[in-house]
Write a protein that binds this ligand. Sequence first.
Ligand SMILES: NC(=O)c1ccc[n+]([C@@H]2O[C@H](COP(=O)([O-])OP(=O)(O)OC[C@H]3O[C@@H](n4cnc5c(N)ncnc54)[C@H](OP(=O)(O)O)[C@@H]3O)[C@@H](O)[C@H]2O)c1
Length: 354
Amino acid sequence: MSESTKALGSARDTAMTAIVQNRYGAPEQVLAPAEIARPVPGDDEVLVRMRATSVNTPDWLAVQGVPYLLRLQSGLRRPAAPVRGSDIAGVVAATGKNVTDLRIGDEVFGSQWGTKSRPGTFAEFALASADRLIAKPAELTFEEAGAAVMSGITALLAVRDVSRAGPGKRILINGASGGVGTFAIQIAKTLGAHVTGVCSTRNVEFVRSLGADEVVDYTRDDYTRGAQRYDAILDNVLNHSPAANAALLTPTGTFIPNSIGNAAGLFGGLPRIGRAHLMGLGSADVRSVTCVPDRGNLRDLAALLASGDVKVIIERTYPLAEAAAAITHMLGHRARGQIAVTIRPGGDSGGEID
Ligand SMILES: NC(=O)c1ccc[n+]([C@@H]2O[C@H](COP(=O)([O-])OP(=O)(O)OC[C@H]3O[C@@H](n4cnc5c(N)ncnc54)[C@H](OP(=O)(O)O)[C@@H]3O)[C@@H](O)[C@H]2O)c1
């Protein structure tokens, strides 16, 4: 019997362990492991036995329920969807009747992001729409694949499509040492662009090692006061005004505000993003980027990762039972690359399948 059919035939075949959030607040106070119903794939969905996922900005925003305005969508008093996580790496455990190109036992990676598949991925099993999964590159560990999707595709779309980085183009990446930034530097270099990364002192050599041609240490220098002009600015922090960023652009340059900034309060950084886009109605070219983890983008990311040109930088990997600590880590806003979460079906109770 295959790995997957074995597990589905076990005593726990209708339940699974997930990290469940019943209210908003600090991760350690609102997240706890619980047994919940194992989801059943719809006709176009795949049930994945999860091996790894990762923490991304939407996860810590949803745990805290910030900015408060977003609670209109996520649930006023408590999150309507109680399981966090969207990146997926694992093994196909079951398929819906319309899914013909993925089979039980296939190693896959992908995402739930932007789809209605629930619950989230901080769980032993996760659902994904089949068009949001592809084969996991054999060169990647499950942790690398499960930490690559949201940040990697966001960086790919921002750098390749929105900024149109290439030879002779200068791109500045603010927040260069974080999840999105570490992918963005490497992807911009594979496209032949000149990259300036902005980070703190402790990350200067690290950012350079990823390929950045120049590094601005924000504890010593304010990049918005420099004389250099850029064809694109990917701003993953949004700690300077949109106007200060726009002033650094070449006449055809593009500003990409890619952060909710300070997420506190009713609106968080939303007004600043709004101002940036209003500015874009004038002479400045201001564009947003949205992570779309469809098969085309997953394949493009997988090719970059499989070639070794782009590496998944993981600062630390936490077991699923410590998901709250993983989210707290990211909430410090100093993560170097991604924070991965390892999921071993059967977990503490044994039952490990590998
Ligand atoms: N558009 C989309 O679909 C999409 C998808 C995913 C994420 N995002 C956005 O992308 C942004 C970045 O996400 P992420 O996962 O990369 O965040 P992250 O991993 O939490 O970023 C952490 C990094 O930020 C750096 N940082 C903190 N303060 C800084 C400052 N003042 N100046 C420069 N760097 C600073 C830190 O470097 P130091 O330790 O050196 O300070 C750290 O390495 C988020 O705001 C998120 O909302 C958008």
